[in-house]
Design a protein around this ligand. Structure first.
Ligand SMILES: Nc1ncnc2c1ncn2[C@@H]1O[C@H](COP(=O)(O)OP(=O)(O)OP(=O)(O)O)[C@@H](O)[C@H]1O
Ligand SMILES: [Mg+2]
Length: 399
């Protein structure tokens, strides 16, 4: 059971927080009157009944400067309490909030699902800070895995695989997964997940966000399944100035904050793809079950091998697998020169899910394609990997 307090003048926001704290999250919410504005933490904490406070939401409807001042006092005196500022995100507000110790920013219009994800994340981080305070020698957290989903050819299922992989990993590590759309010109992750991002990669690679992860996090979009998304620029023209260096930098920032960074990419081996490879721990190669796609992958793997750009983890997904394609899995393996790790059969549920904007793994679909993608997710599950005799590359067949 978690304890949330909210200081706001907006009854509808308070109602949404109460709804968000119910259900799976099991938290209790206490509303603190915002007039007169509480002068310090004591005023808030003295009204506290029941469990100790974990998450304090400041806003909307209260003066942002007073909220930021109060947040900085909380940060100094009660760093184990997570403060969320509820205000429209501008760069100025994000920078000031970050400096004052605010842990997250939330838009006042956020839906119940988004508020729930934020509350969950804030209580997790409050819990880990409480542990950190009790154990000052706790080791520094390692950086997360950066998983690039790639293919030399287009239309083979990269976006399908990356969105489903991110949703699947989100079940293993709620609020610790970010899906990044590096198909900078024609990215369709946000629309494919029915999201309307307020900010995109174009904002994330420049200004304050590039220097501070708090600002960067404010530019992510929350998906109701409990993952974060960094959307591609809305306008292809905005993507022209994004450099490989910026792509690498943002990946480093995200890996420091999240356990899993899943990257969807554009086809080919362009500047952004190469920069992504340089910063990845793993690559998921997606290959269609057709000769051009298979030959493309062979050529791509060859080039990367020659230039020495081979991240440690390799996972080959054979998508659109079909027993009547005239090819066998072994033929594909012989051509590309490495084993196929996961087979995802052609399934009519996949285009249906793409068109509905609800990934197979979010919808708990049980067909062969979903089964294949779950197998891919398991390759990153620490519990599965810890089991003895887990072979990294096993023989697979089309079911
Ligand atoms: N296993 C499958 N069975 C049936 N349809 C599939 C399968 N995998 C993907 N598709 C469909 O193929 C289309 C292309 O998939 P997707 O957008 O994931 O490919 P992509 O590699 O990201 O393409 P691009 O290179 O253009 O970014 C989508 O309509 C998707 O629903
Ligand atoms: Mg795509």
């Amino acid at each position: 059971m978690s304890r949330f307090n909210v200081v706001t003048t907006v009854p509808d926001f308070e109602r949404r927080v109460r709804a968000a704290a119910g259900g799976a999250l099991t938290g209790t919410v206490q509303a603190i009157p915002s007039i007169p504005f509480p002068t310090g933490p004591e005023e808030i904490l003295s009204r506290q009944t029941g469990e100790p406070l974990e998450v304090l939401l400041l806003g909307p409807g209260i003066p942002v400067d007073k909220a930021i001042k109060l947040a900085s006092v909380f940060d100094l005196m009660y760093p184990e309490i997570s403060v969320i500022l509820v205000h429209e995100t501008t760069e100025k507000v994000a920078v000031e909030a970050m400096r004052s110790g605010v842990r997250d920013l939330l838009s006042p219009d956020s839906e119940i699902d988004t508020i729930r994800v934020m509350l969950e994340r804030a209580s997790l981080s409050a819990a880990s800070r409480r542990r950190g305070l009790a154990l000052p020698n706790e080791p520094v957290r390692e950086s997360g895995r950066v998983i690039a989903v790639m293919s030399p050819k287009g239309g083979v299922g990269k976006t399908t695989v990356s969105t489903n992989l991110a949703i699947g990993l989100g079940k293993l590590a709620p609020m610790s997964v970010v899906l990044v759309d590096f198909d900078v010109q024609f990215g369709d992750v946000a629309s494919g997940l029915q999201l309307n991002p307020e900010h995109t990669l174009a904002d994330a690679v420049q200004g304050a966000a590039a220097n501070d992860s708090m600002v960067l996090k404010a530019y992510l979009t929350v998906h109701p399944a409990g993952i974060y998304v960094l959307a591609a620029p809305l306008n292809p023209v905005e993507s022209e100035n994004i450099t490989g260096e910026q792509v690498g930098h943002v990946l480093g920032q995200l890996a420091a904050e999240f356990s899993y960074v899943v990257v969807d990419s554009s086809p080919g081996l362009g500047e952004h793809v190469l920069a992504t490879l340089e910063h990845s721990s793993d690559v998921v190669w997606v290959c269609g079950m057709d000769v051009p796609s298979i030959k493309g992958l062979r050529a791509g793997l060859g080039v990367l091998h020659e230039i020495g750009l081979v991240p440690p983890g390799r996972h080959v997904v054979l998508n659109f697998a079909d027993r009547f394609s005239g090819l066998r899995v072994q033929d594909v393996e012989e051509t590309i020169g490495v084993p196929v790790d996961v087979v995802v059969p052609r399934s009519r549920n996949v285009p249906l899910s793409t068109n509905r904007g609800v990934p197979l793994l979010q919808d708990n679909v049980k067909d062969g394609a979903a089964k294949g993608i779950r197998k891919l997710v398991a390759r990153f599950d620490p519990k599965v990997l810890a089991k003895p005799q887990t072979k990294i590359h096993r023989r697979v067949e089309i079911s």
